[in-house]
Ligand binder design. Structure first.
Ligand code: SF4
Length: 345
């Protein structure tokens, strides 16, 4: 039995994509995870996780004093091996200061000086696979035997919150849901035609017309309002605004109830992968080949192939460096609607 510590203090999506590594390690012993305050709640109820240690690297645990405090807590967990799923020198130093004897990280990582073993960063693989490969034996470049899919476990509280939201909106148990996630931290990754898509979808009629639900953080409320206004002007059923109303795992539960999610290249895409919800993913300044595409069994990526400036950034810039933002503006709501309709049935 080996006690492992996995240090993942990057973005929310990275934590979701770390779950296949956690499952792999859990087969050999307890797994403790070091996480940011934002991503720690994602791991609630996860059967592969023994405990989550919060590292508030930009807040309460900032500076050398904070690093020492968290290192002492990490040391007390008695891990024999640390996996540095996030590549910064600060996170790697944390594992070193905690006295964890074996420290495995990517050979490209900024913290590689603190590692005792370096693993190739497989640029041609999905990021979930790269992270999974951290647990490979020394010198082994093994790939997973089956396609990887991340995992999350919303609990009774999260499901109850979704029940309340849907009941309040008058959604019946058999009503299909179409989830829309129009937000992204990076402005150029926000597809600007979610309102046109929603207006088009809201005119669909049938024995059980779908309801539209908008997911996201409280800061996405204005995007949700624009979508709701577009639907109202076409006489469609009211859009359910879930922005800022659910926890991350609650959002995962809601995505799990939905027939399909339409999303930018952002965290909800990875929640849908974990819930295996059919995914229509819209990529602009980034490309799936960077390693962050959808992993649900039913998935489609819509992008402007052949645009020479793509990808222009690892995450997506705040403004288009060329000014025209063609990568996103050219994605057509009619085509996106057709992909959605195929999946709603
Ligand atoms: S430079 Fe190209 S890929 Fe980048 S935001 Fe502009 S249009 Fe999109």
């Amino acid at each position: 039995m080996t006690v492992s510590a996995v240090l993942q203090t990057s973005f929310l999506g990275d934590m979701v994509l770390t779950t296949p590594l956690l499952e792999r390690l859990a087969a050999s012993g307890p797994v403790h995870v070091v996480a940011t305050p934002a991503s720690a709640p994602l791991l609630a109820h996860h059967p592969a996780v023994r405990s989550v240690l919060v590292f508030d690297k930009r807040g309460a645990d900032r500076g050398l004093g904070g690093l020492r405090r968290v290192a002492a807590r990490l040391r007390a967990l008695g891990a024999a091996r640390a996996y540095l799923a996030q590549g910064s020198a600060r996170t790697a130093a944390l594992a070193w200061m905690a006295g964890i004897p074996e420290r495995v990280g990517f050979e490209t990582s900024g913290g590689r000086l603190f590692t005792t073993r370096r693993v190739p960063y497989a640029r041609d693989q999905h990021h979930a696979v790269r992270l999974w490969q951290l647990a490979n034996a020394p010198g082994d470049a093994a790939l997973p035997a089956h396609p990887l899919r991340p995992s999350l476990y919303p609990g009774p509280e999260e499901h109850a919150a979704v029940d309340r939201l849907l009941e309040a909106a008058g959604v019946l148990p058999h009503t299909p849901l179409i989830a829309l996630a129009p937000g992204s931290v990076w402005a150029t990754k926000r597809w600007p035609s979610f309102d046109a898509l929603a207006a088009r979808l809201s005119t669909e009629r049938g024995p059980a017309p779908a309801r539209l639900v908008v997911l996201g953080a409280a800061s996405d409320a204005a995007l949700a309002r624009a979508i709701a206004d577009a639907v109202t002007s076409r006489g469609g059923a009211p859009v359910i605004d879930a922005t800022g109303r659910l926890t991350l795992l609650g959002s995962a539960a809601l995505i799990g109830r939905s027939r399909v999610l339409v999303t930018n290249d952002s965290a909800p895409l990875h929640l849908a992968s974990a819930m295996n919800t059919p995914t229509v993913a819209l990529f602009g300044p980034t490309v799936p080949a960077l390693g962050f595409g959808p992993l649900a069994e039913q998935r489609v990526v819509l992008e402007l192939a052949g645009l020479a400036c793509r990808p222009c950034h690892a995450h997506g810039p705040m403004t288009c460096p060329l000014g025209h933002w063609h990568c996103m503006r050219a994605l057509d709501a009619t085509q996106v609607a057709a992909e959605v309709q195929q999946r709603v049935g």
